[in-house]
Design a protein. Structure first.
Length: 225
């Protein structure tokens, strides 16, 4: 299922396949699939995710700063825009329907698992270059595409269908193919075609794997409102 999101993503996913499986097949994900995830856990997750996306938008803004080409800047700035004007607004809408006001959503206390993940990604952006930052961002972005695509096929309940469709839909899948291509071209531009033979490659894979493990913790947090 890793095909379609580029070569570097497939290699990084392969290098950290244990954590990747824990992330994409977490009990929270399986609960979305069969509809057994309690509504309270889902809403708790969404509120935390709203906070998560605030910091994630800031990290993508750092990618605008660290970019070296117009296209690299465009992808990053379009992502900041999409996150703040679309994805975060979906969360605002679902929470409003569940009686959680904007004020309450904005004031959500941040859980440590959430804080650890976003500050890890931001640190990759502050201290690292564009490649390091992308390696920290990609598990989150493409992981949801993989989860959405699988759940669209395997879901046995309609309860969480709107959530699944957001990530399984053509628009999000096509965006993730672009992100995979961006990662490939950014690596080749800076390191050459044989980037995966260089010492820096294992550092990038480690960053990818750490972000993946932090996604596992985020799902686990979702199960404990
Ligand atoms: C914990 C957590 N991980 C991943 C996503 C998915 N996601 C994060 S940013 C983005 C859009 C493009 O960058 C998408 C789909 C999420 N919402 N929450």
């Amino acid at each position: 299922m890793s095909s379609g999101y580029g070569k570097a993503f497939a290699l990084m996913r392969e290098a950290g396949q244990g954590p990747w499986r824990d992330y994409t097949r977490h009990a929270f994900v399986e609960g979305l699939k069969d509809g057994t995830l309690p509504r309270a856990a889902f809403l708790h997750y969404l509120r935390q995710d709203y906070v998560f996306l605030t910091h994630f938008s800031r990290a993508w803004a750092l990618a605008v700063v660290k970019a070296q080409t117009h296209e690299e800047m465009q992808v990053a700035s379009a992502t900041v825009n999409g996150l703040m004007h679309e994805e975060m607004m979906l969360h605002v809408g679902v929470c409003a329907d569940a009686g959680i006001s904007r004020e309450k959503l904005f004031a959500t206390p941040e859980r440590p698992e959430n804080l650890a993940y976003t500050r890890f990604v931001l640190e990759a952006g502050y201290s690292g270059d564009y490649l390091t930052l992308l390696a920290a961002l990609v598990p989150c972005v493409i992981g949801y595409a993989e989860i959405g695509a699988r759940l669209a096929q395997e879901a046995t309940s309609e309860t969480y269908r709107p959530w699944i469709d957001t990530y399984a839909g053509d628009q999000y899948q096509s965006y993730c193919r672009d992100i995979g291509a961006l990662l490939d071209s950014a690596l080749i531009r800076r390191l050459g075609e044989n980037y995966d033979t260089l010492p820096i490659w294992s550092d990038l894979c480690k960053t990818f794997e750490t972000a993946t493990m932090l996604e596992v913790n985020f799902w686990q947090m979702g199960l404990t409102p």
